[in-house]
Design a protein around this ligand. Structure first.
Ligand code: SAH
Ligand code: SF4
Ligand code: F3S
Length: 449
């Protein structure tokens, strides 16, 4: 058993965790493959944020088993690291006999032991199993030029619809020095863009033991500033911050350091304060707007993106219209819109009524998506004529694609002198681009030499 296939579902935190899974498996001599056909083991790093996310995982398990593979799951669907033969078995293993093994991501070091029961010849990693915080496992970076660095994990907020506090557990911050050391190492190795990740990045505390629950002031601004000061780091991003901890201190640090990307992802969830109350989000629309107003005051070029749930319990047409109004006022560049999906074990599932029917949820989703096309197009149009720094992600036929410092997707033509060299060597470089046009979801331009 020498090859594995790994598929990641869900958020940036899962993508970052998958890079640590790769480190562990490669340390025991296993090799990653991109084709399920070529592998012995299929590992799925799962997400349970919506029913649809879980359904996709089950579909994948079904297909992999049909192909005769050993199937292992980790991520947010898993509660206890175990095998079908274990005494204490994870509920998933009981329910789905097809799944061979599951492991909690914190128990990643147990994975080789679990796999050994399928292939006794596998070696074991030489790592101090009991002491090691799994977040300190050096990730196997998939890309040379950018890195995701976890700074905290878990969530204490218990929004009434959300499963994350149950799957990821309580908020826990990683030691300050470990984060800085990891970021510095990445930059020395040539990384130009770092994204700090966590379920609520700005609930970061240097010392978790002195934290007061739901405290507004945190140590995130201090951490952000220290990382921004790393010599050679060209672009710094973070996701997701929570409105509750979004103080002026964070915005001021953003404004002070030009290498921090000019885009702010601030999940609001609804444009109606009445719905925000039943969602257990302790911000209201006026507090959300105070943050975005301040951000735009300090950084007029900034773009704002958000997350929205449509059709939450009790959401009326009037509430929904308030969400549309918020889109018009905020001119979001991007919004991740979800139809409310009831999650077992949450407050909303047991105490509130999922009373917006699916066709109506779909209608609201479509209406909001149309509104988003308008606001995104407006935001993209805003920079025609400007020069933006673009981090190149792909190059094809003389055209490059990447993200601007303001978070916009940009497609642009490379100058012939660049193109005549090795065009693919532009991937991972930051190139100045004159913006000449715009579309719904992107801007177009040409390289400036
Ligand atoms: N911590 C972040 C969000 C993490 S979850 C925050 O609080 O903003 C990512 C997104 O999934 C959420 O922002 C929300 O829009 C969506 N989501 C979470 N639970 C959901 C549910 N039960 N139904 C539909 N969407 C959900
Ligand atoms: Fe879920 Fe709310 Fe925590 Fe975000 S803050 S992860 S939405 S419980
Ligand atoms: Fe999904 Fe877990 Fe992230 S539920 S969104 S993978 S924290």
């Amino acid at each position: 058993m020498r090859r594995y296939f790994l598929k990641t579902f869900g958020c940036a935190m899962n993508s970052s965790d998958s890079e640590r899974i790769e480190t562990i498996l490669e340390s025991i001599g296993m090799e990653k493959t991109e084709m399920v056909e070529n592998t012995d083991v299929v590992l799925l790093n799962t997400c349970s944020i919506k029913q649809h996310a879980e359904d996709r995982v089950h579909g994948f398990v079904h297909n992999a088993k049909k192909m005769g593979k050993i199937v292992g799951l980790t991520g947010c669907m898993v509660k206890n690291s175990s095998l079908q033969s274990s005494e204490i078995k994870d509920p998933l293993l009981k329910k789905y006999k097809k799944i061979d093994l599951v492991f909690r991501i914190e128990d990643i070091l147990k994975l080789p032991e679990l796999l050994k029961s399928f292939d006794p010849t596998l070696t074991q990693p030489e790592l101090p199993i009991d002491e090691l915080d799994y977040l300190n496992i050096t990730p196997k970076r998939t890309e040379k030029y950018r890195a995701f660095v976890p700074i905290m994990t878990g969530c204490d907020k218990f929004c009434t619809y959300c499963i994350v506090p149950f799957t990821r557990g309580r908020e826990r911050s990683r030691p300050f020095e470990d984060i800085l050391a990891e970021c510095e190492r990445h930059v020395l190795e040539g990384v130009v863009e770092i994204t700090l990740v966590g379920q609520n990045v700005n609930a970061y505390f240097v010392d978790d033991s002195v934290r007061v629950p739901l405290q507004r002031q945190t140590d995130f601004a201090t951490l952000l500033e220290k990382v921004a000061q790393i010599p050679g780091l060209q672009r710094l991003k973070f996701t997701s911050p929570h409105p509750r901890h979004m103080g002026d201190d964070v915005l001021e640090v953003m404004a002070k350091y030009k290498n921090i990307a000019r885009t702010l992802h601030l999940p609001v969830q609804s444009g109606s304060s009445r719905i925000l109350r039943t969602m257990g989000r302790e911000h209201r629309i006026d507090t959300f707007k105070k943050i975005t107003t301040k951000a735009r005051e300090l950084m007029p070029e900034i773009t704002i993106t958000t997350d929205i749930i449509v059709g939450f319990c009790g959401e009326t047409e009037e509430d929904f219209q308030k969400t549309i109004k918020l889109f018009e006022e905020e001119q979001f560049l991007v919004a991740y819109i979800s139809k409310y999906s009831s999650r077992k074990g949450t407050f909303a599932e047991s105490k509130l009524k999922d009373d917006v029917l699916l066709p109506e949820k779909k209608r609201r989703y479509d209406v909001l998506n149309e509104k988003l096309k308008e606001t995104s197009q407006n935001e993209n149009k805003r920079i025609i004529g400007d020069i933006e720094a673009v981090l190149v992600e792909e190059v094809e036929n003389g055209m490059a694609k990447g993200k601007t410092h303001t978070g916009r997707t940009c497609v642009f033509s490379l100058h012939s002198s660049t193109f005549q060299k090795i065009p693919t060597s532009c991937v991972g470089k930051i190139i100045p681009v004159k913006i000449t046009g715009s579309d719904v979801w992107s801007v177009m331009g040409e390289e400036i030499v």
